[in-house]
Design a protein around this ligand. Sequence first.
Ligand code: CUA
Length: 352
Amino acid sequence: MQLPPFDELKYKFFDVNWDAPMNTISGLTNWGKDANHVYWITTVLCFLVFFAVAIPLIYTLIRFKDKPGDETPPAQFHGSTTLEIMWTVIPVILLIFIAVPTWRVLFKYAHAEPNALEIEVIGHQWWWEFRYPQNGKVISAGELHVPENTPLHFKLWSNDVIHSFWVPKFGGKVDVMPTAFNKETGAPSAFNTLNISSPALVDPNKKGGEHYQGQCVELCGASHALMRFNAVVHTKAEFEAWTQTVNTPPKVETRLAAEGEEVFARCQACHTIAGTPSEQIPGDKIGPNLSNFGSRKYMAGGIRLNTPENLAIWLRDPASLKPGTLMPNLGLTEKEIAAVSSYLRLSTVKTY
Ligand code: CUA
C-alpha cells in the first residue's frame, strides 16, 4: 500500500479502511502483530464480560419489573459469601489471561537484538531527526529510512519538550523525553528505547522503498499536528546504497544553483549539508540537516510534498505553513528563493 501525499490526505469521518495510514490495529511488524494479539484477547474478554453482565441485567429488568397492584416488597437480604467470592475470583482469572500475554510481549521487546540496526531519534519542535551512528555520520530529517525485515534499536530523546514517536503501521508508540547532555561528549544522559523489526516489503522488488506515515502523538506546541515524518522501508541493498550516498555533496552545475549555493551561506548557521562548508560550523545546529534534501519526498516536517512550489511557499514565509516554527522569514527575494531552491533540490540519491 502506498502512502498518499500528506497534503492531499483528507480524512472523512466514514472513510474508514484497514489500510488507512493511521490504523492502529493493522501493524505490520513483529511488535505490531504481537501487540494486536494482546489487543484481541483483551477485546474478546471485554465482550464476554459485557454479555455476562448485560444479559442477566436485561432479564432481571423484565422479569422483576414492578407490576401494578403488586404491593409485595422485594426480597430483603444482606451479604452473600458465594457471590462475593465469585465476583472476586472471576475478574482475577480474567486479568491473569490479559496480564500473562501482555508481560510476554513487554519482556520480548525489552532488549535490543544483538545484530540490531541502531537509530537515534531526536524530537524537535516540530520536526524529527534520525541519526545512524553505525553508518558514520548519516543524519536524516523528516524521513526515517530502514532496511526491510531488520531488527531495529531506536534510542529516542528530545531537544526541547516531550514528543511521542509513532509509525502506526510499525506499532510501538514511545514518548520522546527532554534530557540533559554530557558536556564533553554531547551524549544524552537518558533516553527511551524501542526494539522492533522493520516490516517486510509488500512488493519485494519495490524501487524507492515503501512509505508509511509517522506522526508526533504528544501535544508539543502550536504545530504539534504538523510534526510528521515519512518512514521508508527499503530493500537491504537499497538501504545500504542510501547510507553510502546520502552524504555526497551537491554537484553544482548550473548558474542558478551556484547562486543558490551563495544564498545558502546565510543558512549554514542553522543547517548542515554534508560535504559543504556548512559542516565546518561546530555544534548541534538548530535546523534540520539538509544533506540530499532534494531526494526527500516530503518537506517542512513531513507536511508537504517536496516540490519547488512548496519549497518556495516555505522560504517566503515558513510560519505560513508551520505556525511557531523557529525558522525565521529571511526576507529572500524571489530570485534568491529560486536560486536556493535549485541548489537545495540538487540530489545525488534518486530514490523516488
Ligand atoms: Cu512533537 Cu507533538
